[in-house]
Design a protein around this ligand. Structure first.
Ligand code: IFM
Length: 478
């Protein structure tokens, strides 16, 4: 029997890696940067594993040239990074700090010089602390401040960055930041979380308009969502209802207004005990519902739910960190279950069919928009061998499975234009500190030396050839 032909991706497919500012940059007090909510949170005792902070992170601020060279050596043709708001606008309002913008200009020029397409995210969770002190995302004013910041960055970099994302995973900002409190700023108030969600939506819409007013029309504007891929435990009507509620609270609450100009009616009913939604003002939905060019999808694992028995209600783990408070407003009647199957170091089940389902769902939900997988990846307990190499066959298998799912979705008609591995480098994994390694590239946290893991070499070969290499050869190439 002849070997099956390896699956070929479209020739223009973007093979990228993703990072975010606070997770990799370090240099938190340099060039005029001021604290963000993550500086404050990580410096608060008990909030992160081992008291870890992003003070140094992986020192990308000083090593960005080496990191870009690493990507070029691997053969990647795209890189998604985020801008630190408080590096550009230290108080979250007013004029920009040129030195902050210059860093991103140098980074982008280095990428372009190496033939790597930059993709810029404006907000990956690091709100300037001064804006949180003024009320943070539950306050409407924060959305206006974000639009101003977007206009500044768009004017500075719009001539050289074509791919723009306003927000990364607003669900985490709203519900982990203000609901369960496992993320900065660590508040536990469901009404505030729902207000935050609306103001993040408004921020997205106003920022999209601001970007369009200062950037060349060829540039693409998107948002990256991490809608849960919800699976009901059974076909019982009450389990289907539970699944729908979590879908609304993770997806509809964002893609409803952003893609369709309306919140799902069911969401208002389901959360009526928490908020009356009077924070939604006339004109907001039109401001949020801006035409987009693309949609970013972040996927790691599916979410399995059922109706909760009345006697089993209360806080429980849904894979989003340890807290006595649930991130999910008005969802005491929903029980979360561990999906069956192999798990990563985060305890997240490996299930590439979830990525396929997510892509196909948004192909229907957002017809005409280009889709990008803006994050996908896995944490494993990677360690260098005695020869100094880092072999991570589980991550190779994870990537192979998920990229195969992307390929299948494209074959089935989905317009997926690119994939960004989360993450380029091991980095600060928020409340988990440096305990969880998501990188394709291993970082020695003492020397900060970078070593591509076998998964990065495998992924680089995929990028260079446009096909998925056999998994059993992973790591033998270098
Ligand atoms: O590290 C995070 C990233 O910042 C946002 N999406 C999920 C990743 C893994 O938890």
């Amino acid at each position: 029997m002849p070997e099956p032909m390896p699956a070929a991706f479209p020739p223009a497919f973007l093979w990228g890696a993703a990072t975010s500012a606070y997770q990799i940059e370090g240099a938190v007090r340099e060039d005029g940067r001021t604290p963000s909510i993550w500086d404050t949170f990580s410096h608060t005792p008990g909030k992160t594993a081992g008291g870890d902070t992003g003070d140094t992170a992986v020192d990308h601020y000083h090593r960005y040239r080496d990191d870009v060279a690493l990507m070029a050596d691997l053969g990647l043709n795209a890189y998604r990074f985020s801008v630190s708001w408080s590096r550009v606008q230290p108080t979250g309002r007013g004029p920009a700090v040129q030195r902050g913008l210059d860093f991103y200009r140098r980074l982008v020029d280095e990428l372009l010089d190496k033939g790597i397409k930059p993709a810029l995210t404006l907000y990956h969770w690091d709100l300037p602390q001064e804006l949180e002190d003024a009320g943070g995302w539950p306050e409407r004013e924060t959305a206006y401040r974000f639009a101003e910041y977007a206009g500044i960055v768009g004017a500075a970099l719009g001539d050289r960055v074509e791919q723009w994302m306003t927000l990364n995973e607003p669900w985490c900002s709203a519900f982990l930041g203000y609901g369960s409190g496992v993320h900065a700023p660590g508040r536990t108030d469901h009404a505030a979380a729902l207000r935050a969600a609306h103001h993040l939506n408004l921020a997205h819409g106003l920022a999209t308009t601001a970007l369009r007013s200062v950037m060349p029309a060829r540039n693409s504007v998107a948002v990256s969502l991490n809608t849960a891929v919800v699976r009901p435990l059974s076909r019982r009507p009450e389990d289907l209802l539970a699944a729908r509620k979590i879908d609304d609270l993770s997806g509809g609450v964002f893609h409803g207004p952003i893609l369709h100009g309306a919140y799902p009616e069911r969401l208002f009913e389901a959360t009526a005990s928490v908020t009356d939604w009077s924070h939604v003002q006339d004109g907001d939905l039109a401001a949020i519902h801006q035409p987009l060019d693309a949609l970013g999808l972040n996927y790691y694992n599916p979410t399995l739910v059922s109706a909760a028995d009345a006697d089993a209600r209360g806080p429980r783990s849904d894979g989003h960190g340890e807290s006595d408070f649930s991130p999910w407003p008005a969802a005491d009647d929903v029980a979360f279950h561990q999906s069956p199957g192999e798990r990563t170091e985060m305890g997240w089940t490996v299930d590439p069919t979830g990525l396929y389902d997510m892509i196909m769902r948004y192909s229907r939900e957002a017809p005409g928009l280009q889709l990008f997988i803006t994050e996908n990846g896995a944490a494993y307990d990677d360690k260098p061998d005695s020869d100094g190499r880092v072999h991570d066959p589980e991550r190779v298998a994870y990537l192979n499975g998920h990229l195969s799912a992307v390929h299948r979705a494209i074959a089935d008609g989905a317009d997926v234009r690119g994939y960004y591995l989360w993450s380029l480098l091991d980095n600060f994994e928020w409340a988990y500190g440096y305990e969880k390694r998501f990188g394709g590239v291993y970082v020695d946290y003492v020397t900060l030396e970078r070593t591509p893991k076998s998964s990065a070499l495998w992924y680089g070969e995929a990028a260079r050839t446009g096909t998925l290499p056999p998994v059993e050869t992973a790591g033998r190439t270098s």
